[in-house]
Structure formats: C-alpha cells, structure tokens
Write a protein that binds this ligand. Structure first.
Ligand SMILES: [Zn+2]
Length: 214
C-alpha cells in the first residue's frame, strides 16, 4: 500500500523536501507507533532519500535533522570554502596551477549549493488539508550564514573543518553561550596548539569571569 502523499505547493513541485534540489523520487516515511503524526510520502532526491532510510528516528522532523547532519558531514569541504574565502577574494586570487584554477571556477558554486541544501527549510507538511503538528522543540542554530540543526552540529562542523579541539570548543561554547559562538571559535583557534593544562586554565578563567560578572 502506498502512503498518502503530502500536499506540495506549486512552486516547489519536483523539489526535495529535505534539501530543495530538483528531484523526481518519493520517500515513504513509515511513522513509528509513538510518532505524533501518520505515515506519509514526501518528494526527495536520491541522496536525501538514502540518508533518510537509515535514520527514521521518531518522527519525520527528527529524520530531517539526521539527513541535514549527514549532508553537512558529506559536504564539509564545500562548506569550508565559505569559511575560508569570500566570493571576491576567491575571484581575485591569482592561481597559477591548473588544478587550482578549476577549483577557483567551481568552488563558490559548490559552496552555495551545499549551503542552500543545508539551509532549505522545506515546506509545512499538510496531509489532505490537515497540517501536521511539528512537535519537536526547534534546536536550529544559525551562525555565519549557515543554519545548523543544533549547536552541537555547528561544533562538529567547525571542529572538523578548522581542526579544532571539539571538546575544548564545546566547553567554551557552554560557558559563553551560543550568542557568542564566534568568540568561542576565535578562542579555540587561538589555542590550536596549546596543551591540555593550558586549555583547562582557559576554561577555569572563563568560569571565573562568568561568576564575577553575575
Ligand atoms: Zn535532497
């Protein structure tokens, strides 16, 4: 038996609900018994569908978070282009070797595609005119033009592309808060080669500053 297809707004017909890429496939989501919404079918590209199959989790919304995290891991290098360059810097860079020249031509485009797929918010799910309740608390975290599924996902990403100590970064972020995530990254970069004792001291000082301020 095929599951009911969600309503699809005209302007996004033939687009993946997860990432917004053009697509002509469907993904059948079999809701677990404790899910707060019925089983359903949504349009999906092959890549997102394959990611979604392995992470059904407890609802279609959690499934989507897992798909976005999967895309982010897969395209970490493309997303890193936007961290390391601006569009103008890249266009003006004077690459002499052929490999880098082809990188220069395609890099910004690859970055934009990856960023837009991560950021695509889908459309509200409606089955036969009845909107599905989105029951999950929204953990999304926006930083520097990218919408992460959570602060944790942002820490994972920055840890990977900037080779930062992830537990140190998450320690700093936990103290200074996600509003000062940029500061947390700068501090973690500053201590890229510091030893464990120095990092512990930094954390201790941040805690002291915080209790002094409150
Ligand atoms: Zn997709």
């Amino acid at each position: 038996m095929t599951l009911a297809l969600v309503d699809i707004p005209f302007e996004v017909r033939h687009h993946c609900w997860f990432c917004g890429e053009p697509c002509n496939l469907l993904f059948e989501y079999h809701a677990p018994t404790h899910a707060r919404h019925p089983s359903l079918t949504i349009p999906a590209c092959k890549e997102c569908r394959d990611l979604a199959k392995f992470q059904p989790l407890t609802s279609i919304y959690e499934c989507r978070t897992a798909v976005k995290d999967g895309l982010m891991r897969r395209y970490a290098k493309h997303l890193a282009i936007g961290l390391n360059w601006t569009k103008d810097e890249l266009a003006q860079a004077d690459f002499t070797c052929k490999t880098l020249q082809s990188f220069q031509r395609s890099a910004w485009f690859m970055y934009e595609v990856a960023r837009d797929r991560i950021n695509f918010a889908g459309w509200p799910l409606v089955l036969d005119g009845v909107p599905l309740a989105e029951t999950l608390p929204d953990t999304r975290f926006n930083f520097d033009g990218i919408s992460y599924s959570s602060v944790f996902a942002a820490i994972e990403h920055y840890g990977k592309v900037m080779a930062l100590d992830k537990s140190f970064l998450s320690g700093i972020a936990a103290i200074v808060g996600k509003q000062r995530f940029g500061y947390a990254i700068r501090l973690a970069r500053l201590h890229l080669v510091s030893d464990a004792a120095t990092k512990r001291r930094v954390i201790r000082e941040l805690l002291q500053d915080q209790s002094a301020a409150s």
